[in-house]
Design a protein around this ligand. Structure first.
Ligand code: CTP
Length: 402
């Protein structure tokens, strides 16, 4: 079960060349477990065939060929949907919905809908900038309709400007965020850290580790999916931040420490998935260290801040954050070392993983972890994706919060 499992999503598709991107969106949503009902305007069917959508969703794609079921469709779909997404939305469809016109199945459904509505406009830059469209957008926004995009870039007309439909992946993030609000972590601030910190030796070199940030970013997504307000404090990674996080970029352990201590002051939960350097160069050289005639080079290291211990100290005074979860990357004596860390760092839970295993840890999308609680109780999970590990961790946090 994920956030999107069995969610009823109506995908309205209107007449823009960007309609082909919606096929990918429909496919991604379906793969994530959602039930996607597509409603196409007449103009949309000129760009993409209904059969294309039917093939990726496995469900009927509705068109304006009003059949006997039309009435049932618009009321039924509109009232039972979890979200209505109109992507791409033309200026014409925006205008119709803004003014309550209902002359095709999509605009009728929009009028009947009682769920959140997301609109991803797609049109020529001039049309989007036109006062009529701008004023329609204002009306729709005032009614609580969520706009995603349009993005800047090259458009089908060959011109550049603001009017491109956003990419399906981004839209998916917004849909996910919208569906998640009101979940078990609603109104709770969750701080998550990710990535491997970088400790400068000189302006061009640093000490770091193999952390990819994947596990931390997955935890941030899982907390978002439960409706949390998520602050993600990350060292440099190649990961794309989930839509809806408050992203704070840092590099060194010291910077991460400052950011974490500030962020947890009003947070319920801290999940420290970052691989924080334990040592840093005593001083970072101001200029690049030259190779010159040097044959050996001694780098003097000093300890960095232990962020979790500093958090424990702050928590004693403020009571925040209520729940603190650490991660333990070990290469030997996994459980014993992790049990020791839970106590030493005063954690609610620690997620221990053996990073020497080939199918778990740094370089892969899977992980094999044992979750240990403050009493030493251990829950060993089978090999699973990092997203599933993130779900399991948030599930445990949810139990502690309630
Ligand atoms: N951690 C931290 N500050 C550090 C180092 C680690 O807050 N300077 C956090 C990590 O984010 C992780 C947990 O502490 O959640 C355990 O990290 P790990 O590297 O396994 O433990 P260490 O404290 O470094 O202990 P050891 O070197 O003995 O393994």
């Amino acid at each position: 079960m994920t956030l999107l499992t069995d969610k009823k999503i109506i995908l309205g598709v209107t007449g823009s060349i960007a309609a082909y991107k919606s096929v990918e969106l429909a496919s991604k949503l379906t793969q994530a477990g959602a039930l996607v009902d597509v409603i196409m305007t007449d103009a949309a069917t000129k760009f993409v065939a209904p059969l294309t959508f039917q093939s990726v969703t496995g469900r009927k794609a509705f068109t304006d060929l009003w059949g006997d079921e039309a009435h049932v469709i618009h009321v039924g779909l509109g009232e039972s949907a979890d979200v209505l997404v109109i992507a791409p939305a033309t200026a014409n469809t925006m205008a119709k919905i803004a003014h309550g016109l209902a002359d095709d199945l999509l605009s009728v459904t929009a009028l009947a809908a009682r769920c959140p509505i997301l609109i991803a406009p797609a049109m020529d830059g001039g049309m989007y900038a036109h006062p009529a469209t701008q004023s329609n957008e204002k009306i729709l926004r005032a009614r609580g309709i969520i706009f995603v995009g349009p993005a800047e870039g090259r458009m089908a007309s060959g011109l550049s400007g603001k009017g491109r439909m956003v990419e399906p992946q981004e839209l998916l993030g917004h849909i996910r965020y919208t569906l998640s609000r009101g979940g078990a972590f609603a109104n709770k601030k969750v701080v998550v850290t990710a990535g491997g910190t970088q400790e400068d030796i000189d302006p061009v070199r640093f000490i770091s580790n193999h952390s990819s940030g994947k596990q931390g970013f997955a935890v941030a997504q899982a907390a978002l999916d439960r409706g949390a307000d998520v602050t993600l404090i990350t060292a440099p990674t190649n990961q794309i931040a989930p839509i809806g996080v408050n992203l704070i970029n840092v590099r060194s352990a010291d910077d991460m420490g400052d950011a974490v201590l500030r962020a947890v002051a009003d947070a319920e939960v801290l999940i420290m998935a970052a691989a924080v350097a334990d040592f840093k160069p005593e001083a970072s050289a101001e200029q690049k260290i030259k190779r010159g005639a040097i044959t050996t080079y001694q780098l003097q290291l000093t300890k960095t801040i232990d962020i979790l211990s500093a958090v424990a100290e702050q928590k004693e005074k403020t009571g925040k954050p209520k729940i603190v979860v650490g991660f333990a990357a070990e290469t030997q004596n996994l459980i014993d070392n992790a049990r020791e860390k839970v106590l030493k760092k005063k954690l609610s839970l620690i997620v221990a993983n053996d990073v020497s295993a080939k199918d778990a840890g740094f370089f892969v999308d899977t992980n094999r972890v044992t979750i240990i609680d403050a009493g030493g109780g251990a829950q060993t999970l089978p090999l699973m994706s990092k997203a599933e590990v993130a779900e399991a961790v948030c599930e445990r946090v949810e139990r502690l919060l309630s």
